[in-house]
Write a protein that binds this ligand. Structure first.
Ligand SMILES: [Zn+2]
Ligand SMILES: [Zn+2]
Length: 319
């Protein structure tokens, strides 16, 4: 068969090269690009994506592109105002440009609207037993929150409020899942227990919607503090894991829920100058004292000294 226009031999009445001159085989409907003015994410279909403008335009063009059935599209190249289409038409390879235009609509994406509207599903509260939080603990918790938000990166994974209170700190988080993750990580990193509670907040589509509170209570004791458990004294070796050493025997013990007897800040310091089977003589800043022989005692060893229930105790610094 010969092309009716140019006479070229082929399978069609008109060859692709001639047809493309005469017929519009593709068009791109004008579209609107919805851009979040706050986080720069762009709406593609139902999703808001953090992608570049070029990529977004390309995807939106692909959505809006309409081609005649006889054209087999192989490739699209986007330039400023045209999309260059390459493919097969009536047996010929053809390449042609299709103009496109779009408007930009700046709005706030759902995530940014919720965030700025103060939306939250979970409160993570960090407290310590009978002491204030240390700065390192606060910084660590903040770091965990920021890291978890980046990792989860869901529609509701944001922080809408951070509060410093007299006795601790509160994080208001957009999703329950984020609250769960953050509290579990904080408890893992800093020690402590999580207490979870929930409150009916509202009803959404006939379903109860709750707000969740994750209270993390860090232990009162810190490393090197003296705690009392079952009437025996222990030095805290790992506050996070709840591990201590029994002073009298040097045995490792679980000290979860133990009470603080003496804080490390009030320790004195001395050197063992003499020893017998049951007692030790220790030179201190305030003179020589005679105490019960501690586990790990050696002459010349440096010790910490503290008083508990009117009795003086010492233990080696390197216990
Ligand atoms: Zn032709
Ligand atoms: Zn946004």
């Amino acid at each position: 068969m010969k092309c009716i226009v140019c006479g070229k031999e082929g399978k069609y009445k008109i060859c692709g090269e001639c047809l493309i001159e005469r017929k519009k085989v593709a068009s791109i409907e004008r579209f609107t690009l919805e851009l979040c003015g706050k986080c720069n994410s762009i709406k593609i279909g139902r999703d808001w994506l953090k992608i570049g403008l070029d990529e977004a335009i390309k995807r939106l063009i692909c959505e809006k592109l309409q081609v005649e059935p006889e054209f087999e599209l192989h490739e699209i190249v986007i330039s400023d105002k045209f999309a260059i289409l390459k493919g097969i038409l009536n047996g010929d390879f053809v390449e042609f440009s299709v103009p496109f235009s779009y408007g930009v609509h700046k709005i706030s994406c759902p995530k940014c609207s919720m965030e700025s509207g103060g939306y939250y599903e979970a409160i993570v509260q960090l407290r310590a037993g009978r002491r204030l939080l240390r700065n390192e603990e606060i910084e660590k918790a903040k770091e965990i929150v920021n890291k978890s938000i980046l990792e989860q990166n869901g529609q509701k994974d944001f922080i809408s409020k951070f509060e410093v209170l007299k006795n601790g700190i509160d994080f208001y988080l957009g999703s329950r899942k984020l609250g769960e993750k953050v509290s579990r990580r904080i408890a893992e990193e800093l020690g402590g227990k999580i207490f979870e509670s929930r409150k009916l907040h509202t009803r959404v589509d006939g379903r109860d919607a709750y707000r969740f509170t994750f209270l993390i209570r860090l232990p009162e004791y810190e490393d090197l503090d003296i705690v009392v458990k079952n009437d025996t004294l222990h030095v805290v070796k790992n506050a996070r894991m709840g591990k201590g050493i029994e002073l009298a025997t040097g045995k490792y013990a679980n000290i979860l829920n133990a009470k603080v007897a003496v804080k490390k800040d009030s320790f004195g310091w001395g050197i063992i100058t003499n020893l017998d089977e049951s007692s030790a003589e220790v030179m201190t800043e305030k003179g020589v004292v005679l105490v019960q022989r501690p586990f790990g005692a050696e002459i010349g060893k440096e010790v910490f000294i503290f008083e508990y229930k009117n009795k003086i105790y010492v233990f080696p610094r390197d216990l």
